[in-house]
Design a protein. Structure first.
Length: 174
């Protein structure tokens, strides 16, 4: 678990990359970031990081804050919030909400996990695998994700590691 030579890291490359996928998908590409990775609670278990944070600048001018840890005392689901002028969008527990000062409206829900995986993992893996098999058996392509999207998320992971080492802002050329 978390060996640089064989896995390339720990939390960022194994778990948190999926949140970075979502952030760049919702807000557009990242132009630059400054990040920190560290190992605290799990330092005796892994040689790599167990927590990470980054400040992100997106191509559309938006700013983002990313934080991830696998040191939680409970199995916490993903929480992704997009703050806007008159409210926010909130993605948690496979459900997308529009939240304003006086209302919380459910916009969409992926359903619930199939019982074979942990609920806080979400349904992304199941959907991606299903679409992959469908593309093989029925032909065609899926628009779920492509290699360019994956490359962007990997560039963000690499930039966070690099920024943590240099303590500098890193420019990302997508």
């Amino acid at each position: 678990m978390g060996v640089f030579a064989s896995e390339g890291g720990s939390l960022l490359i194994n778990q948190a990359i999926h949140t970075l996928d979502l952030m760049q998908w919702f807000a557009g590409g990242v132009t630059r970031l400054k990040g920190v990775v560290d190992s605290g609670e799990l330092a005796d278990v892994t040689e790599a990081e167990d927590c990470a944070m980054a400040t992100l600048h997106f191509t559309n001018g938006a700013r983002g804050l990313f934080y991830a840890s696998n040191c939680n005392t409970l199995d916490s689901p993903l929480l992704l919030e997009i703050h806007c002028e008159h409210g926010m969008l909130q993605l948690t527990d496979n459900t997308l909400w529009r939240v304003t000062t006086d209302r919380r409206l459910k916009l969409d829900c992926d359903g619930s996990p199939d019982g074979h995986s942990k609920s806080y993992w979400g349904l992304g893996h199941q959907q991606a695998i299903r679409q992959f098999y469908h593309a093989i058996t029925h032909g065609g392509q899926t628009e779920y994700i492509n290699i360019n999207d994956a490359r962007k998320s990997l560039a963000m992971v690499d930039a966070i590691y690099h920024s943590s080492k240099t303590r500098q802002w890193i420019t990302i050329n997508n």
